[in-house]
Design a protein around this ligand. Structure first.
Ligand SMILES: Nc1ncnc2c1ncn2[C@@H]1O[C@H](COP(=O)(O)OP(=O)(O)OP(=O)(O)O)[C@@H](O)[C@H]1O
Ligand SMILES: [Mg+2]
Length: 453
């Protein structure tokens, strides 16, 4: 048989041994590939003959087939619940609360009568129990195992026959027949492929946790994103107690939905009213502070944008942005200079989206410029005013989607005014108590609320 060498880190295969992997650049990572005898697990004896059927003859998975988790925020992010046979990857930075969220989900599922198996390769059973005690009551249908060998886990699944399987984490798994260390790309990829087949074969949802490094680098779940059905990221700022569950890929539901939780001692609590959380201690009559109703998936969230504009003593003035795109800010600064006649080239600019949330919608353009001008002039915008609208290069304010939903949220949170684009479709329902100011130019928008000197 021909000899071959494989990189433990990235899986690159070479016919001869090399000191440094040409693919990922890791030193001394090449190992000779030794074919191991098969473990004899039934999963290996996959000799079924392939067959094709007419798609119209295939019975569909009806919506009722979904398994609802029972946590509204999670179900919405999943697109209505877990899908039998679906593999969900739950990624996140170390210590953000992945295991906590997973255990809470499993406890809810168990309470609904599901038979749940939670396999942890990271924590002992006593440690799992410690966490479970903190989170609530655990019933008899939640089974746990501290195991990392994939063949033993598969054996366990066959014996127990769970209706939901959860693995914490994919980086601890070691698949038989793979020589490289757990957590290496080859192991992670191979283990996931196995779990994928298991979930499809048994038609049960499988949830796996994956650690992400800061840059989503090697052995992070990034390499798995195309393998699995659904990718959820659990993220948050360590300095805040809230966490966001974000769907970045979903074969069976919408993406860009988010679920918001607050980390408490008793576990993660759903936040049904996120606008209140992000508006926090909003003080309306302060220069440089503006409110924007952003859409996160299908939900509106009111967010406070803060700007600080100061004279700069640097040759290259500072542009420091938290929670917003730096390039977009450069564009908006250019538009403001040209169309409002304000001077910003010699100013340090700091933008902060309060609460640590990220705002990526163009609908926040108008609010950013309003905050910049307000800080520059040292004048607060009219109290209780929200802004939304995309700003174009020619200084026009362009319409954005979901205007009515945004307006409703503005009204719900008790704001009294909203500066927004002129909509193509008239007949928009304006909630009671909100004065709507429709503008089509940036100048009109800003002049209406701040006196540009
Ligand atoms: N008693 C407690 N009170 C409040 N929060 C707690 C308590 N215990 C743990 N936490 C929170 O839970 C977080 C850790 O949660 P968890 O172990 O689920 O994270 P993880 O993402 O699974 O971490 P890892 O990557 O290490 O597996 C901590 O950062 C902390 O915020
Ligand atoms: Mg964990």
């Amino acid at each position: 048989m021909k000899r071959s060498f494989v990189c433990k880190s990235c899986g690159h295969v070479s016919p001869k041994w090399l000191g440094r992997c040409p693919e990922c650049g890791t030193w001394e990572s090449m190992e000779e590939r030794v074919p191991k005898p098969s473990t004899g697990h039934t999963f290996h004896a996959d000799t079924a003959v392939a067959e094709a059927v007419a798609l119209s003859d295939v019975s569909s998975l009806n919506e009722g087939g979904r398994i609802k988790v029972g946590m509204g925020e999670v179900d919405r992010v999943l697109g209505g619940g877990l899908v039998p046979g679906g593999l969900v990857l739950l990624g996140g930075e170390p210590g953000i609360g992945k295991s906590t969220l997973l255990l809470q989900l499993l406890m809810r599922l168990e309470a609904k009568g599901e038979k749940v198996l939670y396999v942890s390769g990271e924590e002992s059973l006593a440690q799992l129990r410690l966490r479970a005690d903190r989170l609530g009551r655990c019933g008899k249908g939640l089974f746990v195992a501290s195991e990392s060998g994939l063949d033993r886990i598969l054996g366990l699944v066959d014996d127990l026959g769970p209706s939901v399987l959860a693995i914490d984490s994919v980086q601890t798994l070691s698949a038989p027949d793979v020589a490289s260390a757990p957590g290496s790309i080859t192991q992670v990829r191979e283990s996931t492929a196995w779990l994928m087949k298991i979930s499809k074969r048994l038609s049960i949802p499988v949830i796996i946790i994956g650690h992400v490094t800061k840059d989503g680098a090697i052995a992070g779940p990034r390499v798995l994103e195309h393998l699995v059905d659904t990718v959820l990221y659990f993220e948050g700022d360590r300095s805040y107690s809230f966490r966001i569950l974000r769907s970045v890929k979903n074969r069976y539901g919408p993406t860009h939905e988010i679920g918001i939780f607050e980390m408490r001692e008793t576990g993660l609590e759903e936040v049904p009213n996120p606008s209140r959380l992000f508006l926090g201690q909003y003080a309306s009559a302060v220069p440089g502070s503006v409110i924007v109703p952003c859409m996160e998936g299908s939900r509106p969230i009111l967010v406070e944008i803060q700007a600080l504009v100061n004279s700069s003593y640097l040759a290259m003035p500072r542009r420091t942005v938290t929670g917003f795109d730096t390039n977009r800010l450069a564009l908006l600064v250019a538009v403001a200079e040209r169309h409002l006649g304000v001077v910003l080239y010699d100013k340090d600019i700091f933008i902060n989206v309060a609460g640590g949330i990220k705002v990526s919608e163009p609908a926040s353009d108008l609010a950013i410029i309003a905050a910049l001008v307000s800080s520059l002039q040292g004048q607060p915008v009219c109290p209780g005013t929200a802004f939304f609208g995309e700003v174009g290069l020619t200084g026009e304010v362009r319409p954005v989607g979901r205007a009515d939903i945004r307006l409703n949220e503005v009204a719900r949170l008790g704001l009294r005014r909203c500066v927004m684009p002129i909509l193509a479709s008239q007949g928009m329902h304006v909630p009671e108590g909100v004065e709507v100011l429709q503008v089509n130019s940036l100048k009109d928008a800003i002049n209406a609320v701040i006196k540009v000197s």
